[in-house]
Design a protein around this ligand. Sequence first.
Ligand code: ATP
Ligand code: MG
Length: 431
Amino acid sequence: MKRQARESDGSGDMIKGIKGVKDLLPEETPQWRLIEETARRWALVYGFHEIRVPIFEVTALFARSIGASTDIVEKEMYTFQDRDGTSLTLRPEGTAGTVRAYIEHNRAADPLPQKYFYSGPMFRHERPQAGRLRQFHQFGVESFGTADPRADVEVIALLWRILSDLKLPALTLEINNLGDAADRDVYRPRLVAYLKQQEDKLCGNCRRRIDANPLRVLDCKVPECRAATDDAPRLADGLSDKARAHFGSVLAGLDALKIPYSLNHRLVRGLDYYGLTTFEVTSTSLGAQNAVGAGGRYDGLVETLGGPVTPAVGFAVGLERMAMMLPETVSVNESVTVYVAGFGDRGSAAGFSVLEELRVAGICAVTDFRPGSLKSHLRQADRLRSRFALIVGDDEAVKGLAILRNMDTKVQHEVSLTALSSQVSSLLRIS
Ligand code: ATP
Ligand code: MG
């Protein structure tokens, strides 16, 4: 149900939410819970454990991990000064904080591998549009301590499982090999030389990126930039045998698990820490912001942030985009089970106790405390799409009874107030 947002009445005293920062109203949260619970359930099945890291960190953490010349660090971070002058930043992604926590708590001293997952809000100052917000939510995983390509396959399989279980439509897994750091060091000047020749055909952003972050130009969505880079030298053509072998094993692993993929030599990702395997899941059902989730291997990051050399691989998915794609057919049933219709002095007093008794028994029960007739209570029960109404007027209360009415069939049963929750429970089971 779409509701018209309320406009200010002109008196200027209505405070609104921030642009690109959305409320999730009760109509939407059941779907969100389904997404979060599905992700969490599969992560646990795959042997990942939940970590909760802070929403803000010192700015240097993100600058050093994500990379100073990335879009995120250059122009998208919410950075502010703490009272003592320390520069702090609202987290734009979850990997940096997870790695920081991993190092700070000396987790590397415990047996490896260690596999973590997280879920929560992220913040980037981007132009708000469908599927792109300033506060958005990600679910992500990080697997530390395994260089084996099967660890890459494991996180991709988990991502694929979550998205498939939610029946998200028209998904494609794109994958690429970014090689190791030495491969990229050899490749970068070749690419830069090529991009300099094409400079006048590139968008302003990409012209800036030629020196700062040349690989990122390959990922640009502007059609002119794509055309201008069609014949660019390819990283894949100059990779070490080791990087090739790793990627070959990842693809073989995906084949073995019957996870379909397509190779995309342009896929480079916006963050600096990725190497070797990099992947993204897109959907044609999403429109312009078509990426659902993405990830890759980041074997150098733990060391960059001051920890021991630790191979690692992970992904993050956007919950807003998953929610946009969730089929309408996935309905989440949150209807009320019992509406307690207590009326009259004694009836409403009895109803008040009964309400609590049903809740203690784990039955979803509601009422309306405003005084009303039986008729108005039944209208409320209908409005709330309650399956049953439990009617307690003064007469019933005096007799120690209540009437359980099936709101659909209108069939009614008498129940005793002294054995209420057990009698109601068994009636609910058979109707
Ligand atoms: P995009 O291609 O949309 O710019 P990205 O490469 O910046 O994505 P990542 O940093 O890899 O995205 O984040 C992983 C996922 O988080 C994305 O695939 C997307 O689903 C989601 N995401 C990223 N930025 C936003 C945003 N501003 N609003 C909503 N979701 C986002
Ligand atoms: Mg982005």
